[in-house]
Design a protein around this ligand. Sequence first.
Ligand code: MN
Ligand code: MN
Length: 296
Amino acid sequence: MLSSEELEKLRRAGRVSGEARELGMSLVVEGAKLYDVAQEVEGYIRDHGCGLAFPCNISRNEIAAHYTPTSTDETRFEVGDVVKIDCGAELDGYVGDTAGTVEVGTKRYTALVEASKRARNTVAEFIGDGVTLGEIGRAVEMSMKRDGFVPIENLCGHQIERYNLHAGMSVPSYDSGSTEVIKAGMTVAIEPFATDGRGYVNNGKFGNIVRIARDKKLSDPKAQEFLDYVKGEFHEFPFCARSCQFPDAEKYVKTLMRHGVLAGYATLVEAGGGIVSQHEYTFYIDGHRGEVTTLP
Ligand code: MN
Ligand code: MN
């Protein structure tokens, strides 16, 4: 179990993450730039005393996750876009990870958007100490099928530990039969993705998000300075050049990727070109039930 001081940090990071999510979702309107929304969301997190647990992901339509705009991205939201805002704040390594979906200007995908929300909320009603991963997966799958959609089965919820966004167990979105149990004291993100497509994702293009893959001494002192900045600012968390307050960050990210110090994340694209919705909360398992830390 976390001490009350640790729990206070987890709750604060969670609350800021949830507020940033709501802010981001409110800014997703026709004609707004993805870049501006990402900057607003991350600015909110930093202005509220937290660090970024990862860049604000803004993934549209058949892209399920792992896209963040660069600082030169001119893309704007269009009517009919189904937009996932996935953001996270960290405070002393304690993380809130949360997401929501907005449809821009139309109501064609209301049922799809509601399907991932309902699946997540269904899990929220019973997640707690002793619940198995299979039970959670089955609840997600059944809820989505009742709503006429399928879960994306190769995208999972996950345990979170201090300074480790994807730690330990993965939580399935289908009935995997797993008897592994959620335990009191754990922090767990539940993030079902619903689609009208095939129900799995493939890797797409690079989505501008990177992480440190292999820490090593660099011969270029300026590149080393950049790497030291990244470690101080983002720790072990994923990040992107846009979020770096460091001159020529884009250039150094490319250099460090070439040297194998940084690895890039691919966007995750629905295999059948289906539209994707996602809703995510982080829970702290406080005894027999789970508390939503990221603003219910
Ligand atoms: Mn997330
Ligand atoms: Mn997550």
